[in-house]
Design a protein around this ligand. Structure first.
Ligand SMILES: [Zn+2]
Ligand SMILES: [Zn+2]
Ligand SMILES: [Zn+2]
Length: 312
């Protein structure tokens, strides 16, 4: 069986159980906070395991950032119409790319497909797929991941690539209180990287600084932990060198997966209008104005920094 982080929560029986228990609690007793221990008891899992499945459900946008609120769409119900609907509205680099994107979305927000299969579904030739695949990757609309076949440490070629539909939008940089909290959150991230042990205080400080830099650039904790192989018990010869090597591989900004942009309901947060500085409560991501997309003091303003690829 593939490692937990590589499978969809839909295919993980424990994720489904946890999600089911959250849904039940939501209907039965929404006012009471469900502790991880209680939740674990309900589904028959230890606290640590319960946390893992909650994190997984969150990473796949099945539950809200509070790790307790199930999000619409649910589990086990593929969001196929949503994905294809999204794909058909995205401004792709060219018409052939658009066709390939809709074909991929027909499989789901994420999945596994060989280029031969994709060519068949999109109704184009294999060479066409090979020519346009880099366009989609460069536009941050699809992320492909090779799936190597290994046996006894030997590389025996590769299976069909896994893909994730990406929004083309990058997460906004943190600001205000969130910016100030980044070092503390970075410490908790570094604490959770199992192989990052046996380092000096200075090395640890350095690691916390690097992680805080990523968090401030908009990288979510879960994505950083995934990128750092946090759950592996590997023996790193120089943990700090290995950590900075992994972090260096990450692009500066975090591209938000398409599913998240479409299905995420972010918890309301306080921020300030970037024009008149009035405090505003918002559920919108990124920088907002006091009237949502306009500043009520000024009357109108340019919408917040436009992404490279407009989503219609
Ligand atoms: Zn799971
Ligand atoms: Zn193209
Ligand atoms: Zn304003």
């Amino acid at each position: 069986m593939a490692p937990h982080r590589d499978i969809s929560p839909d295919d993980c029986p424990n994720c489904r159980k946890v999600y089911g228990a959250l849904e039940e609690h939501q209907t039965a007793d929404p006012e009471t906070w469900l502790t991880t221990e209680t939740l674990g008891r309900v589904v028959g899992l230890k606290k640590r395991a319960t946390q893992d499945h909650l994190a997984h459900l969150f990473a796949h946008s099945r539950i809200d950032a509070d790790r307790r609120t199930p999000l619409g769409g649910g589990i086990g119900q593929p969001l196929l119409p949503g994905a294809q609907d999204w794909a058909s509205k995205v401004v792709a680099p060219d018409p052939t790319c658009a066709k390939c994107l809709v074909a991929l979305a027909g499989i789901g927000w994420e999945g596994q497909v060989s280029m031969e299969e994709l060519a068949k579904i999109a109704g184009v030739g294999l060479r066409t797929i090979e020519r346009h695949r880099p366009h989609l990757v460069r536009a941050d609309l699809v992320h492909f991941r090779a799936v190597p076949v290994r046996k006894d440490g030997k590389n025996l070629g590769r299976k069909a690539d896994r893909f994730t539909l990406m929004s083309g939008l990058t997460a906004p940089r943190l600001e205000g209180a969130a910016w100030d909290e980044a070092p503390a959150r970075a410490e908790s991230v570094v604490d959770r990287v199992r192989w990052f042990v046996g380092v000096t205080d200075d090395e640890r400080d350095l690691a916390v600084k690097s992680v805080a830099w990523c968090l401030r650039n908009g990288w979510p904790e879960e994505a950083l932990l995934r990128a750092l192989d946090s759950s592996e018990n590997r023996q790193a010869y120089r943990p700090n060198g290995y950590l900075s090597k992994l972090l260096r591989k990450l692009p500066t900004s975090y591209v938000v997966p398409a599913r998240q942009v479409v299905t995420q309901r972010t918890a309301p947060r306080m921020t300030e209008c970037r024009i008149c500085r009035t405090a505003v409560k918002t559920t919108l991501p990124g920088r907002v104005l006091c009237g949502g997309l306009v500043c009520l003091e000024v009357g109108s303003d340019q919408p917040p920094a436009a992404p490279v690829f407009r989503i219609a």
